[in-house]
Design a protein around this ligand. Structure first.
Ligand code: 4AD
Ligand code: MG
Length: 428
């Protein structure tokens, strides 16, 4: 058994047997052209009534779009075929006939495409994006594994907010109100007291009604936490991770990038990433006519202006305390700002990483919890971590779909998720 991609590499006259689906079909009377799709690509199959038996020709004539089929034939190099290769059919059998017209057609609206995401997944371009996504996850594992990080699987059902109460999804847990987690950070922090350096790749949830091109309500989150790490170690690790995955995904995805007609701009991750403080970012915004007072949130519009000044990903550091979650450690040289950093991707793509040094002192953390109007008893175990052998530590979170949107130039993060969830989309 061979697959489509092997056929392109094989020689003239070789006999093949393929299993796939009818992607497109053209009929010229006694000659049919079927574009056969499998997990590795699309190839033209020529079914000539003069070469195959009458039963095979009849089956091929009846096979509608997206029917699953088995094809035997001979490889022929023919400049008229797409990619210069076709299979001249000797035997054709339908395995599962399509019962209806396939809803995914040229020119349908994106609404139709995403109502039918379960079928739209079959399109060669979507297939390419999903393979690249898989390569990206692979590269993340390679990076962390090669640096002594241990993967840890954390719960999704939680009892308290990590990133503030406003974006929590509630779940009825046998009558008790619990939530879908926004981040596994707190569990990772518990794990560093034995494993020291941990990472996770899990879904996170945000009940954000924002209808932008970069928000999902469920996204895949790469997170890492490191014992004894300071601010420099943190930024260095983030920068190395981002550089590694961009270069590695490019290496692993040559074929898929050709299918998409895309080039990954690996030059964007060469050399050190620029860093600016929040205060410096306000200066940039003011130069662009934004009324940027100390304390304003850096939203999508502001990020676009700031990242527009740089050709590489840029670290935005030292956010004011009041803009960041309670666990962020204040900068000892200016306690109004935190040892925090967001990484903004170039070309207006905005934040792809959020990070920071954590408060490691028990009393300080407790008073920050109270200051934010939260209840220390909801965070009893998180506080405990500062009670028994606390250590300085830092960590970060990176959104998988945001990174793919950036490196593949996708117009919307939903294109990077197999089954995207947005405020208006929960099916299929
Ligand atoms: O900046 P965030 O909210 O940080 C945290 O959750 C930290 N607890 C992570 C940590 O330090 N362990 O989220 C981190 C990243 C963002 O930079 C973004 O890439 C992604 O998660 N993200 C989203 N991606 C898609 N849709 C959303 N609604 C997202 N919210 C965050
Ligand atoms: Mg953030």
């Amino acid at each position: 058994m061979r697959n489509v991609s092997e056929v392109f590499d094989a020689g003239e006259g070789v006999e093949v047997e393929l299993r796939g689906w009818v992607w497109r079909k053209r009929s010229h009377g006694r000659l049919l052209f079927i574009d056969l799709r499998d997990s590795t690509g699309v190839i033209q199959v020529a079914v000539n009534a003069g070469r195959v038996g009458p039963e095979s020709f009849e089956e091929a004539s009846k096979a509608s779009r997206e029917s699953s089929v088995l094809v035997r034939g001979i490889i022929a190099h023919d400049p008229r075929a797409p990619g210069g290769v076709e299979v001249r059919c000797t035997y054709f059998k339908t395995i599962g006939q399509s019962l209806d017209d396939f809803p995914i057609r040229k020119g349908v609206t994106s609404r139709v495409l995403y109502d039918n995401r379960h079928l739209y997944l079959r399109s060669p371009r979507v297939t390419a994006v999903m393979r690249i996504r898989s390569n990206l996850i692979w590269a993340v594992h390679e990076f962390f594994r090669s640096r002594g990080f241990v993967e840890i699987d954390c719960p999704t059902l939680v009892t308290a907010a990590v990133e503030g109460g406003a974006t929590l999804f509630e779940v009825n847990y046998f009558g008790k109100k619990v939530y879908l987690t926004q981040s596994v950070q707190f569990y990772q922090e518990a794990a560093i007291y034995s494993l020291e350096r941990v990472y996770s790749i899990q879904p996170s949830f945000r009940a954000e009604k924002s209808r932008t091109t970069r928000h999902l309500t469920e996204f895949w989150h790469v997170e890492a936490e490191m014992a004894y790490a300071g601010f420099e170690d943190l930024l260095k690790t983030i920068e190395e991770l981002v550089r590694y995955i961009v270069i590695r995904v490019d290496e692993l995805s040559k074929k898929e990038l050709r299918t998409l007609g895309r080039r990954i701009r690996t030059e964007e991750v060469e050399g050190p990433f620029p860093r600016i403080t929040y205060a410096e970012a306000l200066d940039i915004l003011r130069r662009h006519g934004v009324d940027a007072e100390w304390g304003i949130d850096i939203g999508a519009d502001e990020e676009k202006i700031i990242s527009g000044e740089f050709e590489k990903p840029v670290f935005l550091t030292h956010f004011p305390k009041k803009l960041k979650a309670f666990y962020h450690k204040p900068d000892p040289s200016n306690r109004e700002v935190t040892l925090s950093a967001d990484l903004l991707a170039p070309r207006g793509n905005g934040e792809i990483v959020g990070s920071g040094v954590r408060i490691d002192d028990y009393e300080e953390l407790r008073s920050r919890i109270l200051e934010e109007g939260l209840r220390p008893e909801d965070y009893y175990w998180y506080l405990d971590l500062r009670k028994y052998g606390s250590v300085p530590h830092a960590g970060f979170g990176m959104g998988v779909e945001r990174v793919l949107k950036w490196i593949l130039d996708l117009p919307h993060v939903r294109m990077a998720a197999p089954f995207p969830r947005t405020p208006t989309r929960i099916q299929p």
